[in-house]
Design a protein around this ligand. Structure first.
Ligand code: ADP
Length: 276
């Protein structure tokens, strides 16, 4: 597989604040990659450097084979960006807005096709300002997609969504990933990262402190299981044996039985407190 993004030793300082402190990152083409981390970790700064909207102090950066510090129009047209701030052309209709943005790209997608893809067909003739927050976010995504990007950056795409809108949005991202678009998203929602991402990077204090498949990050898959029932709790490497033993002890159903491994949130909170 070819690399979409390659970063080595990236640094960025604002006055006294070392926002990015020697960050390394490799993202493959076609991957859905999530960047997690607490506020102030350096996520936005890093992503803005990758997008070509912020300068770096030092380090090696390649995005779709080019240095984003010297962005060309051709390079920009291969990248889609969905920012946190909603679009401001609110007096236009959804269709007008998408058509307008399509003109900036050499081979845009058909506006109505993109509108359908983000689930806004029925609202295509409405003014953007008449839409709900979640629908506006879909317009933002449509604008990120209309240029047919190879690489799509999504900055906290579902902040403010209700659970149903979030699930629909996840379906949309999965469809895009299926079509081969490389997707880099920052999110505060661990469930979102776990659902969507092939790999996640946890960023803290300007560095990647953990990287991997969300299912196994930080030793999740091999961590001790916790067997709990109404009268006790055991942490064990052999939960099956423990459950079998409990079954014998109770002569049948064990009251209140559950077997759990650390959640991504457990691992995440440990990582950002004690980065290794
Ligand atoms: P995140 O996206 O993970 O919340 P940021 O990249 O926004 O992190 O910020 C990293 C650090 O850099 C924070 O301490 C933030 O206050 C600081 N910072 C970000 N942008 C600027 C800026 N334009 N000027 C000064 N400090 C900044």
């Amino acid at each position: 597989m070819k690399q979409a993004i390659h970063v080595r030793g990236l640094t960025k300082r604002y006055g006294d604040v070392q926002a990015v402190a020697g960050l390394d990152l490799d993202i493959e083409q076609g991957e859905v990659f999530a960047i997690l981390g607490p506020n102030g970790a350096g996520k936005s700064t890093t992503v803005e450097i990758l997008e070509g909207y912020r300068s770096r102090d030092s380090g090696e950066v390649s995005v779709l084979g080019a240095d984003p510090a010297r962005p060309t129009r051709e390079w920009r047209s291969r990248i889609g960006i969905v920012l946190q701030t909603a679009n401001d052309a609110a007096e236009l209709t959804v269709r007008e807005t998408v058509r307008h943005f399509a003109r900036y790209y050499p081979s845009p997608r058909d506006a109505d096709e993109v509108i359908a893809q983000v689930g806004l067909t029925e609202s295509a003739g409405k003014r953007v300002r008449q839409l709900s927050g979640g629908q506006r976010r879909r317009v933002d995504v449509a604008l990120g997609l209309v240029g047919r990007p190879e690489l799509l950056f999504l900055d906290e795409p579902t902040t403010g969504f209700d659970p149903e809108a979030r699930r629909q949005f996840w379906d949309l991202i999965e469809n895009l990933a299926h079509d081969g678009t490389t997707i880099v998203l920052t999110t505060h929602y661990l469930e979102e990262a776990e659902t969507l991402a092939d790999r996640v990077a946890v960023v803290a204090r300007g560095q990647v402190v953990a990287l991997g498949d969300p299912a196994t990050l930080g030793g999740r898959a091999t961590a001790k299981a916790r067997v709990a029932w109404s009268e006790g709790t055991v942490e064990t490497d052999t939960p099956t044996a423990t459950v079998a033993e409990l079954g014998r002890r109770y002569g049948g159903e064990v009251p209140g039985l559950s077997v759990t491994r650390p959640t991504l949130e457990d691992v995440y909170l440990r990582l950002i407190e004690h980065p290794s």
